[in-house]
Design a protein around this ligand. Structure first.
Ligand SMILES: NC(=O)c1ccc[n+]([C@@H]2O[C@H](COP(=O)([O-])OP(=O)(O)OC[C@H]3O[C@@H](n4cnc5c(N)ncnc54)[C@H](OP(=O)(O)O)[C@@H]3O)[C@@H](O)[C@H]2O)c1
Length: 293
């Protein structure tokens, strides 16, 4: 396998984290500020528990102060809003993250909007989303932000390219489209979704193809143009009897099938997922030092 084709999330995420660590040490020496990140986890969703644990570990590695507040599934919305208000006012906390999804009885929009946008290191607050769209400095959703960082670090040209994004979620597809439209990336962007009539018609024209669908192996070789850059955001757990636990993680792209045609491709695992946490660390440091992308 031609390993030059692989966009290595392990390498780039460790580079980002090392840079953030160094800047964190400098921030402390020069200004006495230690970045602080608070996590609010409601309920006992196992995937959410793993995500929060991994984010907490990254904080520790880098030298951030972090706190995790775990609330029971039946917590009332007002209790979450009160806790957010507390962290909004706490000067030792620069970033505040409410792990999604929230239990059904909680209004997710209301919760996100109650976070001080200057502490919204997830980049989900309408204030940040709006600024992203009009090209102003803001906190950018960590997954698409991580994709931009990977592309820059691996020297992929985006200017004037046809970039096709499959998926239009608020956390991946839409902010990804807004980023590719920015003048620094300067792509021509197409967004496909479940009502798109013939995705292949668009994907075959993609110089850069981003798959953020949540369906294992959705993007097949016959949907991809020769020489395309393929970014696989998907994280899907599928059955695999040969794997120790009987399951394994896989992306939205049929990696083996698409690899020969791709000029560059992200693996799953070892790709976009690792960048997401690294960019959360970047956003938190920026929140502590008053910067934004
Ligand atoms: N690597 C990471 O750090 C990271 C971060 C976030 C998410 N993820 C993974 O990325 C994937 C997508 O996540 P998400 O949160 O964006 O998912 P989501 O909110 O479920 O959105 C999925 C998007 O895909 C579209 N879609 C679904 N089926 C389709 C089909 N058959 N044809 C065309 N479009 C289709 C949906 O269209 P409609 O809008 O029309 O419904 C929707 O826009 C998941 O596997 C998730 O686990 C990874």
């Amino acid at each position: 396998m031609d390993s030059d084709k692989i966009i290595d999330g392990r390498l780039y995420s460790s580079q980002v984290k090392a840079e953030v660590k160094e800047e964190t040490e400098r921030l402390y020496i020069e200004k006495g500020i230690q970045p602080g990140l608070a996590f609010i986890l409601v309920g006992d969703n196992p995937a959410s528990q793993v995500y929060v644990r991994n984010k907490g570990k990254a904080c520790e590695e880098i030298g951030f102060h972090s706190v995790t507040k775990v609330l029971p599934e039946k917590t009332e919305e007002n209790q979450i809003l009160d806790l957010i208000k507390e962290y909004n006012e706490d000067s030792s906390i620069h970033g505040l993250l409410v792990q999604l999804p929230l239990p059904k009885h909680i209004n997710e929009e209301k919760v996100i909007e109650s976070i001080d946008f200057r502490k919204d290191v997830d980049g989900f607050h309408p204030h940040n989303v709006g600024k992203l769209l009009i090209g102003q400095k803001c906190f950018v959703s960590c997954t698409p932000y991580g994709i931009v960082e990977m592309m820059k670090r691996s020297g992929i040209e985006t200017k004037g390219k046809n970039t096709v994004i499959i998926g239009r979620s608020n956390i991946v597809g839409k902010p990804m489209a807004a980023l590719f439209l920015r003048k620094d990336l300067n792509s021509t962007v197409t967004v496909c979704h479940s009502a798109t009539k013939d995705i292949k018609e668009y994907s075959l024209n993609a110089d850069i193809l981003v798959a953020a669908i949540g369906k294992a192996g959705f993007v097949k070789s016959d949907m991809v143009k020769e020489g395309a850059v393929i970014i696989d955001v998907g994280i899907n757990r599928i059955e695999d009897k040969s794997a120790p636990k009987g399951t394994r993680l896989t992306g939205d792209v049929d990696f083996e099938g698409c690899f020969p045609k791709a000029s560059k491709i992200t693996p799953v695992p070892g790709g976009v997922g690792l960048m997401t946490i690294a960019m959360l660390m970047r956003n938190t440091l920026d929140a502590a030092s008053g910067k934004m992308y």
